[in-house]
Write a protein that binds this ligand. Structure first.
Ligand code: GCV
Length: 719
């Protein structure tokens, strides 16, 4: 933060809210400006503060908050309580314009009390412990209470971490200008594991990272621990994220050496008060690569002993270590298959080592060995359904949202709902590897909502992916969601200011996968940019249309993998790669007869990995949703679409529409000039210019390429 303190930064930088001006050391509403206080133009922001800028909402709301919050009592003296005190003091000073006293006792009218039954008699009196117990250790209650001479507000939980989550919820209400007169909020996370997944390497590079170098400065650790590590944990905790896997799934085994574990432990110590637990990726060959054993065979006693000793060593340094995430037998990573063992035998080896300490193994389902099936998208399902029930209780299978690989649009992975006896968690990807990286404005909330609300029919209608994840379809003891995330060393963390919204939405969905994308967009916009109603509406509209826009100009109608190595630019002609299933032609199969991958019963049969009636719907060209048409069907170029157009005409129209919508995003953003600070406005505008140019490239190159097969003219694009 360029050498200034966080608190100072809040004062200096949070000036972009429409109608608010930073005058000297104080926020003033534009109506209040007088000759006595010279107005100051909104100060530029660099985006570092994320959604924790604590800019005051509308004047009326601020007045109400000032009336109702005269002092704060944070009961308890734990490191987490200290974090709560500091956060609330910083936030209230910024939101309300004046410092609000924070102490650790007292509860009279005008007090905001934060505590647990163990730390506060007033919490015990006003919030029955059974109510808190029902919400679990991370749940909380926010309640208005009547007191002599006025009202008070209690944020209560059975743990300090739950109280911290409640505190961030309360601050969200203030930041977004919500009424706080009669609060009765009960919240609990619907998923247990809510984890950031970083694909960061030990050399500081980030696989599929688009926001600068890694956040973890390995050369400086464990001695130097900067403020940024704290701010990372604040951001995670503000969303309810409770852990981070800090190392790439393409794992360097050195992360498990004593030298690196000391560095990892130092980070874990910083994050502990925020409830962010440390997890690591495990290279399956570590016993050979760093342990000096001749084998990594999971059934070999020496290998078992090595992992057990390694787990003991880790827990001696990090007592609350969460566990391992493993990519095995995938894209060249070592795994149990080398030794003729199954994924279950591999996962159980690590699970046994962690079990005495309460750790978990997240075993990735991202596997696609050729010999399993000729169709790549069928392979993981085949491998893992065979093993259902063979995993130890502390193993959870981590599954990407779709069966291929984070494509702009995929149907949900058929493993969701298919594993009755093995818990599953979802892996989604805020880092936008295939979705414009940090150059395109693409809010992924609607994509994830579509995924989470997909009905698997695993136990009849209503068995949505969200319900599967929450353990409501099959009774899983372990539940979770992971996000392959986007923060890096860039000043604004995520490269594109709007990419922050994807970190935000992921975190909130991990807390509750049934939240709506529109609600999350609005929360984020109000906290990150402005509370001005018109600007909020405009920004939210842009965000909510941006996903469909991106799909339209890149891979509409179920097309997928039309890219090359960088996963950014169009490359439909890509027919050469070390593996056939890394090309584009393997997927689109365009010829003079038509286009698309036949996954019906007459083709690869992938449709039958879905429960009825979905398998029949996907199999039927007339009932298959058109957004998945070319994923499941091979269609003639003249195939008649619901619009009455031929497939070719529809494809051309979709691409063109995408380009038009991208231009619309750009135009709309222009109307916001002056409504938010100039720096962020300019930086977004610069990227939108790239996006518009790229959208046209996608359209032109894809259509020009496919026209060679369709032998039909490409209609003149709308200028
Ligand atoms: C970490 C895709 C990405 C790889 C990534 C892999 C995975 O193939 O392009 O960079 O590797 O997924 O999820 O393991």
């Amino acid at each position: 933060m360029n050498g200034i303190s966080r608190r100072e930064f809040v004062w200096r930088s949070v000036a972009g809210t429409a109608g608010l001006w930073l005058a000297g050391n104080r926020w003033v509403h534009s109506g209040e400006r007088s000759g006595a206080v010279a107005p100051v133009r909104p100060t530029d922001e660099d985006g570092y503060m994320l959604w924790l800028r604590y800019a005051p909402p509308a004047k009326q709301a601020v007045r109400e908050y000032q009336r109702r919050i005269k002092r704060v009592c944070v009961a308890g003296g734990s490191p987490t309580c200290r974090v709560i005190s500091e956060e609330i003091a910083t936030a209230l000073k910024s939101l309300l314009g004046d410092a609000v006293p924070v102490s650790n006792d007292g509860f009279d009218a005008g007090t905001l009390l934060i505590g647990t039954p163990a730390t506060s008699a007033q919490v015990r009196e006003n919030v029955p412990a059974e109510d808190l117990d029902r919400l679990g250790p991370e749940g909380y209650i926010i309640r208005s209470v009547k007191l002599k001479g006025g009202g008070g507000i209690i944020i209560a939980s059975s743990t300090d971490i739950g109280a911290l989550y409640g505190c961030f919820h309360f601050l969200r209400l203030l930041q977004t200008g919500q009424p706080i007169a009669a609060l009765e909020i009960k919240e609990r996370p619907r998923l247990k594991l809510r984890l950031m997944n970083h694909w960061d390497n030990l050399d500081g590079s980030v696989e599929r990272g688009y926001a600068g170098r890694s956040l973890w400065r390995w050369a400086e650790l464990p001695d130097k621990l900067g403020q940024r590590y704290v701010d990372y944990a604040r951001a995670c905790a503000s969303l309810g994220l409770n852990g981070a896997v800090i190392h790439n799934v393409n794992a360097n085994p050195r992360i498990l050496t004593a030298e690196y574990l000391r560095k990892v432990a130092a980070l874990a110590n910083v994050w502990r008060p925020y409830g962010v637990r440390m997890y690591l990726t495990a290279n399956f060959a570590a016993p050979v690569r760093i342990g000096g054993l001749p084998t990594a065979d999971p059934l070999d006693q020496r290998v078992k002993d090595w992992w057990r000793a390694k787990a003991d060593e880790i827990y001696s340094l990090i007592p609350d270590f969460g566990g391992f995430l493993v990519k095995a037998d995938s894209e060249g990573q070592p795994g149990p298959k080398t030794y003729g063992r199954s994924h279950a035998e591999g996962a159980n080896l690590l699970a046994e080592a962690l079990a005495p300490h309460g750790g978990v193994v997240m075993w990735r389902a991202f596997v696609y060995d050729h010999d399993v099936d000729p169709d790549r998208v069928k392979r993981a399902y085949i491998e893992f359904t065979r093993l259902d029930g063979q995993f130890r209780a502390n193993v959870v299978i981590q599954i990407k949202n779709g069966p291929l690989d984070f494509q702009p649009r995929e149907p949900f992975h058929p493993l969701f709902g298919a594993l009755k006896h093995t818990p599953v968690m979802a892996e989604i990807q805020p880092t936008q590897e295939y979705l414009g990286q940090a150059k395109h404005l693409v809010y992924l909330g609607p994509m994830w909502e579509e995924f989470l609300q997909s009905d698997t029919y695993a136990k009849g209608q209503g068995s949505t992916v969200a319900k599967v994840l929450m353990g409501e379809v099959h009774p899983y003891q372990l539940t979770g969601m992971a996000g392959v995330v986007n923060p890096g060393a860039d000043a604004n963390w995520c490269g594109h200011h709007f990419s922050q919204a994807n970190w935000y939405a992921f975190g909130r969905l991990a807390w509750n996968p049934e939240l709506g994308a529109a609600q999350l967009a609005e929360e984020w916009t109000r906290m990150t940019f402005t509370n001005d109603p018109e600007a909020v509406r405009t920004i939210c509209r842009m965000m909510m249309t941006s996903y469909e826009t991106f799909v339209s100009y890149t891979m509409p109608l179920g097309l997928h993998h039309l890219i090359g190595g960088d996963h950014y630019a169009p490359m439909p002609w890509n027919d050469r790669a070390p593996r056939e299933d890394w090309t584009a032609t393997y997927y689109h199969r365009a010829s003079e007869d038509g286009i698309g991958f036949d996954r019906t019963r007459r083709g690869s049969g992938a449709v039958d990995q879905y429960h009825p009636p979905l398998c029949d719907i996907f199999d039927d060209i007339n009932r298959c949703p058109e957004k998945f048409l070319l994923w499941f069907h091979r269609c003639a170029w003249d195939h008649r679409m619901k619009s009455g157009r031929t497939l070719w005409e529809e494809l051309c129209a979709k691409y063109d529409e995408g380009v038009r919508q991208a231009r619309e995003l750009q135009k709309t953003w222009e109307t916001l000039k002056g409504k938010i600070d100039a720096r962020r406005h300019r930086e977004v505008a610069e990227r939108l210019a790239i996006q518009v140019a790229d959208a046209a490239k996608w359209r032109d190159q894809i259509l020009e390429y496919f026209a060679r097969f369709s032998k039909r003219p490409v209609p003149k694009p709308v200028p």
